[in-house]
Ligand binder design. Structure first.
Ligand code: 26Y
Length: 818
């Protein structure tokens, strides 16, 4: 007889070997006696995929049976990176696979390197979505992520002669085993056209007659939890031309037009917009937003209607999370469906909308808030514009009753921004229609309440909350730093911290243990060797393992102040050059590593990359300097590069001008990996100080409440001579390209120094000196490193997700045990 357990795929080495070879032969279509590393990776990936699908099915069936309230996480960006290692670790079958492969003559790590990154996002916000999906699955929450399946992910950064060049990322060219195409799960998405009135049973209804229709096809990406069978769905939509459209063209004999149309439709999910923190006045971006929102809302409503008839139950079954304003058209779309298709009437529809949406903002500046020109909205989504106007009219009427005729305030709070060009303010709409507005750190939330959304906070203080960001320890320790993972488990005597991060604190008990110190240093060494090898293959530069590996990796942005880092390096170089031999012996050797992409249209950020290269070239070639200082730029920084760089860092820099980084998440990854932080008191760093202690970090710079006064001083602001000297060196062409760098220097001198590089320079150098001092005291440094990792528990996305689940979404775990 067949027991239920017998139908599951098995994970013993013999079965795994057979399954891999079967996939070599039948999926990859290569001979099982002759296949290369890439083909082996493909077969392996399919073998893992089978196991993911099995659990994914069980989970979906379980959710469907239990019908819990579900979270729908809407995000235009997900930075998933690679899936193989993460999947086998979460499924708990990594070692079995490694054994099976070694018997076939392959090494797991080598095959894992064959995988390309899924880069469907820009930076922090996008990687946060990925970490949160991992936590949602691990904590057994009934959740579905929705996004866009971009044909081209974030551009690949190629450095030619020190300049950034962008190349398309053809990530799907070699196939993608981590997704399942659902040719039968498609929805029609409408654009353009007109709105007419119709009468049905004596009631008036609006009918939207579209001018263009496109099909959205679902691609499911299973996301396995760790230590659970639960495997949730990340459903990404791809645009395909609508059959209806083609048929019409075909009937009129216009075959060529039909094909051109096909391409036009496909262009909707073609490319990810590179973030430059300013509104992209592109119709295509609005089309993307609506396309993914409409398909997702149709899918959500279909799922609800499968089990329920009465829409009043909708808020008991549905929580919709808006990841920034990018998906906020979902508000107008739900309203439209409830009004025009479900005929619920305005009051009922509005009641439902107000109960289901929650909104998280990732922005600190008003300039970065999304605005859509009214004309564009009216032409692409005529019915939605009516609905938004209607929501705004009702809000304004209510508001007048509450605050009186304070026209300035009414104008500030209106969804519609008046002016030469009328705009829809997506953030205002999101706040008005959401039950909760979350910031991404405590400081960020304070800034929202006192600055960005002050008017709204005063009206609805109860709506405003924060959930400090977190990252998943599965990806950022277990996958990327296996040696540290083993060490932590050994010293804690359990692997339970992988699901319960608070246990990490247990490392504190051993912080003075010499044996732990020994092993801790060994782990760092192993990771530094790996990173040094990578640097050498990439740039030909040999770096000394005794040097402090000092790293800054993140998107290139003026407010993140990679420039401050480079100026500090120039200063260090200048000092070493002017030292005598004896003094040079006292210098703490450093390998400075910078990595990050600049938005293609962001000229200043691109100049900073070039500056980094010219300075690096000069320093690295200088025989006077030798191993005392090296500067390396790591090209094409992405998730898999981060997995390699972060574990190998001794020190990491987080230099944003206070008040500009909403949270910051790379610092959390470094912290978990026992890397010391040199940082400003900004975003989530403030909360890290509480966990780790000031004495275990290198803090510097103006605080949030000091920056305004510093800026006001303008020309009267005193900047240190060293600062003027390093800027002068650049201006004078010490590193070449004199003319090219003038504009960059202009931006950091005198009144133009908006990001306060000059004001913070002295204290930055002090923090750097403190880091040098600590580094030479190996015991102290190791202790600080252990305490950094031990105190990083609060920055796990498990904690963030649990807070969201309990306080914002009000969902319960739904664990699948079959
Ligand atoms: C409008 C569009 C092109 C756009 C696309 C992406 C605009 C902004 C973004 C991305 C923003 C972003 O990544 N923000 C970062 O979010 C992180 C996660 O909350 C924060 O840690 C980080 O401080 C914030 O800058």
């Amino acid at each position: 007889m067949f027991g239920l357990m017998d139908v599951f795929l098995k994970n013993d080495p013999i079965t795994l070997q057979k399954d891999i070879l079967d996939h070599v032969e039948f999926t990859v279509a290569k001979s099982r006696f002759n296949f290369d590393d890439f083909e082996a990776y493909q077969a392996l990936a399919h073998c893992v995929r089978d196991r993911l699908i099995e659990r994914w099915h069980d989970t979906q069936i379980h959710f469907s049976k239990k019908d819990p309230k579900r979270l729908y996480f809407l995000s235009l960006e997900f930075l998933m990176g690679r899936s193989l290692s993460n999947s086998v670790i979460n499924l708990g079958i990594r070692d079995q696979f490694a054994d099976a492969l070694s018997q076939l003559g392959f090494e797991f790590e080598v095959l894992a390197e064959q995988e390309g990154d899924a880069c469907l996002g820009n930076g922090g916000l996008a990687r946060l979505s990925a970490c949160q999906m991992d936590s949602l699955a691990t904590l057994d929450y009934p959740a579905i992520g929705y996004g866009l399946r971009y044909q081209y992910g974030l551009f690949r950064q190629v450095i030619l002669d020190g300049f950034q060049h962008e190349q398309p990322d053809y990530w799907l060219n070699f196939g993608n085993p981590w997704e399942i195409e659902r040719v039968h799960i498609t929805y029609t998405v409408k654009f353009y056209g007109t709105v007419t009135d119709e009468v049905l049973n004596g009631e008036k209804y609006k009918v939207w007659v579209p001018g263009e229709m496109v099909e959205a096809v679902a691609y499911d990406n299973p996301i396995p939890g760790y230590g659970t069978r639960n495997t949730i769905d990340l459903r990404l939509w791809a645009a395909k031309p609508s059959d209806q459209h083609d048929m019409e063209a075909y009937n009129t004999g216009d075959y060529v037009d039909a094909v051109v149309n096909r391409q036009r439709a496909e262009s909707i999910s073609s490319l990810l917009y590179p973030d430059d923190r300013s509104y992209q006045g592109k119709e295509l971006r609005l089309k993307q937003q609506y396309f993914f929102v409409s398909a997702s809302v149709q899918d959500i409503i279909r799922r609800f209607k499968d089990k329920h008839k009465n829409f009043d139950e909708f808020p008991e079954k549905v929580a919709l999370q808006l990841n920034d304003t990018h998906p906020s058209l979902a508000i107008a779309e739900v309203m439209r469906v409830l009004l025009d298709e479900e005929h619920l009437g305005r009051k009922r529809a509005w009641d439902i909308v107000c109960k289901i949406f929650s909104f998280t903002t990732h922005t600190v500046s008003t300039d970065a808030l999304e605005k859509i020109p009214v004309d564009l909205m009216g032409s692409l989504l005529p019915r939605h514009l009516q609905i938004i106007y209607d929501i705004n009219f009702n809000f304004m009427e209510e508001l007048k009753k509450m605050i009186g005729l304070d026209y300035d305030r009414l104008a500030r709070m209106s969804i519609v921004e008046e002016g030469a060009v009328k705009n829809i303010r997506m953030a205002n709409m999101s706040i008005i229609c959401s039950h909760t507005v979350n910031g991404v750190s405590r400081l960020h939330s304070e800034l929202l309440k006192t600055k960005l959304f002050k008017d709204f906070y005063e009206l609805w203080p109860h709506k405003f909350h924060y959930k400090t960001n977190g990252v998943t320890q599965r990806r950022w320790i277990v996958v990327s730093n296996p040696s540290l993972c083993a060490l932590i488990s050994k010293w804690l005597g359990t692997e339970a911290w992988i699901r319960d991060i608070d246990l990490l604190i247990g490392l504190r008990a051993h912080v003075t243990n010499a044996k732990l110190h020994q092993e801790w240093k060994m782990v760092k060494k192993v990771n530094k060797v790996r990173l040094a090898e990578y640097i050498e293959t990439m740039s030909g530069l040999k770096v000394s393992l005794d040097a402090m590996f000092d790293v800054q990796t993140k998107r290139m942005h003026e407010y993140k102040r990679q420039l401050l880092n480079i100026l500090g390096i120039i200063h260090r170089y200048d000092c070493i050059k002017n030292m005598n031999k004896n003094d040079r012996k006292k210098v703490v050797p450093r390998v400075c590593i910078i990595g990050g992409k600049a938005a293609p249209g962001y000229e200043m950020a691109k100049k900073i990359i070039k500056l980094c290269h010219v300075v690096g070239e000069k320093i690295n070639k200088d025989n006077d300097i030798g191993d005392l200082l090296k500067l390396v730029f790591i090209p094409d920084y992405n998730v898999s590069v981060a997995e390699l760089v972060i574990p190998g860092a001794d020190l990491s820099q987080h230099l944003s001008t206070a008040g500009h980084e909403a949270s910051g998440t790379s610092s959390m990854k470094y912290l978990m990996n026992g890397c010391l932080l040199l940082a400003t008191e900004d975003g989530s760093t403030i909360e890290m100080i509480e966990e780790i202690g000031k004495e275990n970090m290198f803090l510097f710079g103006a605080k949030v409440d000091e920056t305004a006064a510093l800026r006001e001083k303008g020309p009267a602001l005193k900047v240190p001579l060293q600062f003027l000297r390093v800027v002068r060196m650049i201006r004078d062409g010490h590193f070449g390209l004199k003319d090219y760098f003038q504009s960059l220097c202009d931006k950091i001198e005198g009144e133009n120094d908006y990001f306060l590089l000059g004001a913070d320079f002295a204290s930055y150098l002090e923090a750097q000196a403190a880091a040098d001092k600590a580094f030479v005291d190996e015991e102290r440094w190791t202790k600080m490193s252990i305490l950094s990792a031990a105190g990083s528990g609060r920055f796990s996305s498990d904690r963030t997700i649990q807070e969201y689940a309990e306080k914002t979404w009000r969902i319960q775990p739904c664990r699948c045990n079959s």
